[in-house]
Structures are given as structure tokens and as C-alpha cells.
Design a protein around this ligand. Structure first.
Ligand code: PGA
Length: 255
């Protein structure tokens, strides 16, 4: 299956609506020819609507960092898929390790969110990954198996599903998983998807890597056969490193 090229920037809780819109305007003015790379900006909720106005006629896409599965109701502090769609959102990051480990989101919530996002016509970026203890105890494959099985329960249409493998110990730590670790984990994800669904789904579902991706390691990581792109935190907050990573992916796709 042909390698895909997706680069998503997860801004987490950074940038005001004005700062975000200025950042995107500067990015658009670089006039990058991103061709076959899908570039997604995931700002905080408060900046989505503003940024959509700036992104509209550009090749860039808008993503959110979370959502609730219900359409509306008494869910203080939450946001629905429709509300995100109304802000121009195409993608939603779900099950990020900070949601799982800081906010204790269980797999069954994440599963409800994946289904709600798909039902709402948006595309989920489902994050999975092991902690350092789990890796040390050789539980990584088992963790990925359960997070995929539970997160994707009753999902039958895979056309819009993206998986992001993000080892928890590599997120925001400066520590990147090495080539062998990423290659092995992405191979397991394809095997697990093949086991649950079909080889066709396993091969065509885009697999992103996330965890301290930077310009210096992007090329080496994108050379890994089963890496179709990146989910990037820290390095997506500044123009230069984010641009460099996108160009690396674009150039590698041409090789
Ligand atoms: P990082 O974050 O690139 O800062 O490690 C990645 C993520 O949380 O998605």
C-alpha cells in the first residue's frame, strides 16, 4: 500500500484566537507547496472558529483535540461533534495520552467519541500508546491490542479512521522512540487491525507516530515503512520546525 503523508500539529492548551490566526496567516503566506501532504492544525477550542476563517481557502485542515459523544445536553464544559463541525473542523484527536492519563478517560468513552465523530462526518485520530512501566514489563503489544480493540469496538466504516501511536514516555519529554521501537509497534498495529478487521483495512489505515518529533528526527522516522505521518506537539507551536517537518515528509514521499 502506498505510503501516506499526514502531519498534524496538536497545540494543546496554547495560543489565543488572535495568536492562532496570526500563526496560520504567517504559515499560509509561506506559500508551501504541500502537494500530497495533509497538514492539520489542532488549536484549542477557543481558537477554532477564528482560525477556520483564516484557513478556509488554504490547503490546510482544521482539527480539534477532543469532543463529547452526545449531540447536546447538560454536559458542562463539553463540546459536541456538531459544534466542532460548525467551526469548520474536519479531524478530532481522541484518546490522547493526556486525556487518558491526566483526565482518566476510559476506553469506552473514547469508543463512544470515535463513533460520534464518524457519525458526524468527521475523522477521528485515535491515539494509543504504552507507559514506560508497561514497556519495561513487555506489555506494549498487549496495551495496543486492548486500546485498539476497545477504542474501535463496533466501528465498521474505517475509511476515515487514523491511528496515532504515541508512547506516553516519549510525549513532551524530548525522548523519541527509536526506529526499531516505532517500526515494531506500527507493525503490531497493522497486525492487530488485520486480525480484527481485514488486511485491506490494516494496510490502508494511516498510522501516525507521535512523541517528541522534531526536524532532526523526522526524516529517520518517516523512513519507517509503516509510518504515514506525525502527530506533533511542541514542534508544531513554532513556524520553522513545523514547516521543516512538513517539507521532510513531502520530500520523502517523492523519493
Ligand atoms: P510532543 O507531543 O511532540 O510535544 O512530544 C506529541 C503529542 O502530544 O501529540
Amino acid at each position: 500500500m502506498k505510503k501516506q503523508g499526514i502531519v498534524a500539529g496538536n497545540w494543546k492548551m496554547h495560543k489565543s484566537p488572535v495568536e492562532g490566526a496570526n500563526f496560520i496567516t504567517t504559515f499560509i503566506n509561506l506559500m508551501l507547496k504541500i502537494e500530497n501532504v495533509e497538514v492539520i492544525f489542532c488549536p484549542p477550542f477557543s481558537a477554532l472558529f477564528n482560525i477556520d476563517g483564516v484557513l478556509k481557502d488554504s490547503p490546510y485542515k482544521l482539527g480539534a483535540q477532543n469532543c463529547h459523544w452526545e449531540k447536546e445536553g447538560a454536559f458542562t464544559g463539553e463540546i459536541s461533534v456538531k459544534m466542532l463541525a460548525d467551526c469548520g473542523v474536519d479531524y478530532v484527536i481522541l484518546g490522547h495520552s493526556e486525556r487518558r492519563h491526566v483526565f482518566n478517560e476510559p476506553d469506552d468513552w473514547i469508543n463512544k467519541k470515535v463513533k460520534a465523530v464518524l457519525a458526524g462526518g468527521l475523522k477521528p485520530i485515535l491515539c494509543i500508546g504504552e507507559t514506560l512501566d508497561q514497556r519495561s514489563n513487555k506489555e506494549t503489544k498487549n496495551i495496543l491490542f486492548h486500546q485498539l480493540k476497545n477504542g474501535l469496538m463496533d466501528v465498521s466504516d474505517f475509511a476515515d479512521v487514523i491511528i496515532a501511536y504515541e508512547p506516553v514516555w516519549a510525549i513532551g519529554t524530548g525522548e523519541t522512540a527509536n526506529k526499531e521501537q516505532v517500526s515494531e509497534a506500527h507493525g503490531w498495529v497493522r497486525d492487530i487491525l488485520g486480525e480484527f478487521y481485514s488486511q485491506e483495512i490494516a494496510q490502508r489505515t494511516p498510522l501516525l507516530y507521535g512523541g517528541s518529533v522534531k526536524p532532526v528526527n523526522a526524516e529517520e522516522l518517516f523512513e519507517i515503512q509503516d509510518v504515514d505521518g506525525f502527530l506533533i506537539g511542541g514542534a508544531s507551536l513554532k513556524i520553522e520546525p513545523f514547516k521543516e517537518i512538513i517539507l521532510t515528509v513531502k520530500n520523502k514521499l517523492k523519493d
